[in-house]
Design a protein around this ligand. Structure first.
Ligand code: ZN
Length: 183
């Protein structure tokens, strides 16, 4: 999966495109663009580390559910506008993760890829080519609430390359949207 930097840049581009000038819309978009990774908290709490990550929360079904919930819970807004915005932001997360996964091996039950079409199928899908790099932690021990993520475990050359790749791909998208808005 890409880092929160990549997900936030994608969310920001969508917010500027679909809800320019709306503070609520921007907050909802940035939240939805990062929301699927809250499944990490489940892993930390149960001592499973990252193994609980990348389940049904990383699917188009979850994006639609989240969009519908936001549409129903946002007071004073048209359902359709909030539904579209939040679903698009959540979907951007699922797609960026899809683009960071190695294609799953049909022969083994590898947990690579994302369950894109959940709940229709729990089959995992990955892009034919890996576009973004998955953020990795150094150290052998699983992350838990007692052994939380530390900055030291994130500072490595692989993650620096991952961040550069995300910035190189997504900053131009943000710039393009800003240019479009200023026309
Ligand atoms: Zn993710």
């Amino acid at each position: 999966m890409p880092s929160p930097l990549g997900h936030t840049l994608a969310g920001y581009a969508l917010a500027r495109l679909m809800a320019p000038g709306s503070r609520t819309g921007t907050v909802q978009t940035l939240t939805a663009a990062n929301l699927p990774d809250l499944d990490y908290l489940v892993g930390f709490a149960t001592g499973e580390g990252g193994r609980a990550h990348g389940g049904p929360s990383h699917s188009l079904g979850a994006a639609l559910l989240c969009g519908a919930a936001a549409g129903l819970l946002t007071p004073g807004k048209r359902f359709g506008a909030t539904f579209g915005l939040v679903t698009a932001a959540y979907t951007s997360h699922v797609l960026l993760d899809y683009l960071s996964k190695v294609a799953p091996d049909e022969e083994d039950d590898s947990d690579e890829g994302v369950p894109l079409l959940w709940p229709l199928t729990s089959r995992r899908f990955a892009a034919p080519r890996q576009v973004f790099l998955t953020i990795e932690t150094t150290g052998r021990r699983a992350l838990t609430l007692r052994r939380p993520l530390t900055l030291r475990r994130l500072l490595n050359r692989h993650n620096a390359r991952a961040l550069l790749r995300e910035a190189a791909a997504l900053l131009p998208a943000v710039a393009l949207v800003e240019a479009f808005r200023r026309r």
